[in-house]
Write a protein of this length. Structure first.
Length: 50
């Protein structure tokens, strides 16, 4: 398992950026976990390894 950091916003237009860490083996799994846990957030880019 690796730790991935995902950058996201709570409002689609403007607003502050937030970061969340997710534990997953692969990048696409980290993105899917984030999308399932926070469906109302707008993910900015893809997960990056830490």
């Amino acid at each position: 398992m690796r730790t991935w950091e995902i950058k996201y916003r709570l409002q689609p237009v403007g607003g502050k950026y937030f970061f969340r860490r997710v534990e997953a083996k692969y990048q696409h799994e980290a993105n899917a976990i984030f999308d399932a846990e926070m469906p109302s957030a707008t993910r900015c880019g893809s997960a990056r390894p830490l």
